[in-house]
Design a protein around this ligand. Structure first.
Ligand SMILES: NC(=O)c1ccc[n+]([C@@H]2O[C@H](COP(=O)([O-])OP(=O)(O)OC[C@H]3O[C@@H](n4cnc5c(N)ncnc54)[C@H](O)[C@@H]3O)[C@@H](O)[C@H]2O)c1
Length: 317
C-alpha cells in the first residue's frame, strides 16, 4: 500500500515516515521544507520504497500529482508554531485550513479516501473539563492556530460524511523526543547554549502541561488507523499525567548540568493563546490497546540529549 505523508520532513512526520517504511509500506513524503529538514529523511532515502517530493500544500496541481496511487494520506504539514499567530494571522488560515482543504480536494481527484489528520490539544482552548475528553463541549477558541486546526477537523469530518471518506483526527499534546526542532525545550536549550547563566521563561513557570514522546505518538496513530472502526474517529493523544513548566526546566537544566538564574516574564500564560493547563484524557486510545512507553521526564531528557548531539538543528532558528 502506498501512503502520502504531508510534512514528511518534519519532526513527527519524518518519524512516521520511518515507521511506515519499517512496516513495509511505500511512502511519499510531501514537504516544502519550511520547517522540516532534509536530514530527517536521510535514512528513509536509503529505501527503494521512499520518494521525497518538495512541494507546497498551497500548490494543488503538485499536491495532486504527488498523491497519485496513494491509498491513505497522513496529513501532518502545517504551521505548527502556535505563538506566531498574532504576528502573522493569515499564516494559520493558509497553511492549516486552506492546506487541509487542498489535501482533501487532491484526495478526491485521486480517488483516495482515507485521511489521518494531525490536529492539536489547542482546539480545547481554555478547556472546561480537565482531564479533557474528546466529547467535551467545544470551548471558545483562544488562538488562531487552534481555530485553524478546528476548521481542519471540520473539513475532514464533513468530507467523511459528504464523500464517504474515512478519517482519523488526532489531538496531540506537545510532542517531544528525537528530531524535536521547535517548542519550549528547544527554546530553553537554545538560550542556555548562548548564555548558561540565565534563562528567560515565558509566564510564571506554573503552567501545567502534558507531553508525550514522538515514538508513542506514532504508535498511537498507526494503531488507530489499523483498529478504529468509525467513519470519522477523534482521538486525544497524550499521557495520563502532566508537569509544570518549572519541573520541566529542572530536568532540562539538570541534564545540561547547569544552574541558570530563571527570569520569569510573569502571568499565568506564556503568550496570547497559551492554555495554562493542558491535560487530555487519552481513554479512547488506551481502550484500543495503546500504552505509552516513555514518561514525561524521559521524553524531556531524551529531547535534551538529541539537541546536544544534533546542534545543526539550531542553525536555522
Ligand atoms: N509538535 C507538537 O508538539 C505538536 C502538537 C500538536 C499538534 N502538532 C501537529 O502535528 C503536525 C506535525 O508537527 P511537527 O511538530 O512535526 O511540526 P514540523 O514543523 O516539524 O513539521 C511540519 C512539516 O510541514 C512542512 N510544511 C509546513 N507548511 C507546509 C506547506 N505549506 N506545504 C508543505 N509542507 C509544509 C514543514 O516543512 C515541516 O516539515 C502539525 O500539523 C502540527 O500542527 C504538533
Amino acid at each position: 500500500m502506498k501512503c502520502l505523508v504531508t510534512g514528511g520532513a518534519g519532526f513527527i512526520g519524518s518519524t512516521l515516515v520511518d515507521r511506515l517504511l519499517h512496516e513495509g509500506f511505500e511512502v511519499v513524503a510531501y514537504d516544502n521544507l519550511s520547517t522540516g529538514f532534509p536530514q530527517f529523511v536521510e535514512s528513509a532515502r536509503a529505501s527503494g520504497r521512499f520518494r521525497f517530493v518538495q512541494g507546497d500544500l498551497l500548490d494543488p496541481p503538485a499536491l495532486t500529482e504527488a498523491m497519485k496511487d496513494c491509498a491513505i494520506v497522513y496529513h501532518l504539514a502545517a504551521n505548527a508554531d502556535i505563538r506566531k499567530g498574532t504576528a502573522q494571522p493569515r499564516r494559520d488560515l493558509d497553511q492549516n485550513t486552506i492546506g487541509t482543504f487542498n489535501v482533501l480536494e487532491a484526495m478526491r481527484a485521486n480517488g483516495c479516501s482515507q485521511i489521518a489528520f494531525a490536529s492539536s490539544s489547542a482546539v480545547y482552548g481554555n478547556a472546561v473539563q480537565i482531564p479533557t475528553p474528546e466529547d467535551v463541549a467545544m470551548p471558545v477558541q483562544i488562538s488562531l492556530y487552534g481555530a485553524s486546526k478546528l476548521a481542519g477537523e471540520g473539513l475532514v469530518s464533513a468530507y467523511c460524511e459528504a464523500f464517504g471518506f474515512k478519517g482519523w483526527i488526532f489531538r496531540f499534546v506537545s510532542v517531544l523526543g528525537e528530531r524535536y526542532s521547535h517548542g519550549h525545550v528547544f527554546d530553553f536549550v537554545k538560550q542556555l547554549r548562548s548564555d548558561p547563566t540565565r534563562m528567560r521563561v515565558l509566564g510564571d513557570g506554573n503552567q501545567k502541561k502534558s507531553y508525550m514522546h514522538v515514538y508513542d505518538c506514532v504508535d498511537a496513530i498507526r494503531l488507530a488507523v489499523e483498529k478504529a472502526e468509525s467513519p470519522c474517529s477523534i482521538f486525544n493523544l497524550g499521557v495520563e499525567n502532566y508537569v509544570t513548566v518549572k519541573q520541566s526546566i529542572g530536568w532540562i537544566t539538570g541534564r545540561m548540568q547547569l544552574a541558570p538564574r530563571l527570569e520569569f516574564t510573569g502571568g499565568e500564560r506564556g503568550w496570547i493563546g497559551d492554555a495554562p493547563f493542558v491535560w487530555l484524557d487519552p481513554g479512547r486510545i488506551l481502550a484500543l490497546g495503546w500504552q505509552p512507553k516513555f514518561t514525561i521526564e524521559q521524553s524531556v531528557v531524551r529531547t535534551v540529549d538529541w539537541l546536544r548531539d544534533n546542534d545543526w538543528a539550531f542553525a536555522r532558528a
